[in-house]
Design a protein around this ligand. Structure first.
Ligand SMILES: [Zn+2]
Length: 104
């Protein structure tokens, strides 16, 4: 949301400048919103049409999944969770027990 700005306009050049800056602020807000909406998403080939944007070559409407662009934005898969080796888990448990014993 834009805050209230008081602007003094005396000349046409100033008016043009004020107009540009107000549209600039709006466009900037749009860009910021888009950044937060799409940050971290990957532009990948649409799997429904395989990037062509249409389903076949018989004059069908554009692909419903990607809207005819052939690309969709998707979050990339998160890396697999790696579990420590059971021996490492055992070693940590033993170390914890020893530390607790030493504290007593
Ligand atoms: Zn598609």
């Amino acid at each position: 949301m834009m805050g209230v700005r008081i602007l003094f306009v005396d000349t046409p050049i100033q008016a043009a400048k004020v107009s540009f800056m107000t549209t600039y602020q709006d466009r900037k807000a749009e860009r910021t919103a888009r950044y937060h909406r799409e940050h971290g998403l990957k532009l990948i080939t649409c799997t429904a049409c395989n990037g062509s944007g249409i389903y076949d070559n018989h004059g069908t409407p554009p692909c419903g999944c990607c809207g005819g662009t052939g690309k969709v934005r998707e979050r990339p898969p998160s890396p697999p969770v790696t579990k420590p080796h059971w021996r490492e888990t055992l070693r940590r448990q033993e170390a914890l027990k020893a530390a607790r014993r030493a504290r007593r």
